[in-house]
Design a protein around this ligand. Structure first.
Ligand SMILES: [Cu+2]
Length: 115
């Protein structure tokens, strides 16, 4: 049943635990400060169930890029700490980016390898 994802350590406040629904293919967390929790992610080709959690204090909007263009219509938004969002995107095998479209968040740009 639901997995519990460990929150990042450090900092003065206790981070909330995020419960990830079963059957999710790709879990991404926004963490302090203006970054994703990993520099690279991977997912199985086909319909990918994506789960986004916010362990940061500001708004984030996850989109998937290929060759600097948004692919699919997936747009996951988490406005504040503790928010989660979930959606699906269908991707062929290849190299993509997990990107945040919030202005000023260009550093939130991680690799997504679909195979
Ligand atoms: Cu962001």
């Amino acid at each position: 049943m639901p997995l519990v994802v460990l929150a990042a350590c450090g900092g003065g406040e206790s981070a909330p635990e995020t419960t990830v629904p079963a059957g999710v293919d790709l879990v991404v967390k926004a963490v302090s400060t203006i970054r994703w929790d990993a520099s690279s992610y991977s997912a199985p080709a086909g319909e990918i169930d994506v789960f986004l959690a916010n362990d940061d204090n500001v708004n984030h909007v996850l989109v998937v890029l290929q060759d600097d263009k948004v692919v699919g219509d997936l747009e996951l938004e988490v406005k504040k700490r503790g928010d989660t969002d979930q959606g699906t995107i269908t991707l062929e095998p290849g190299e993509y980016r997990i990107y945040c479209s919030t202005p000023g968040h260009g550093s939130m740009n991680s690799t997504l390898t679909v195979s």
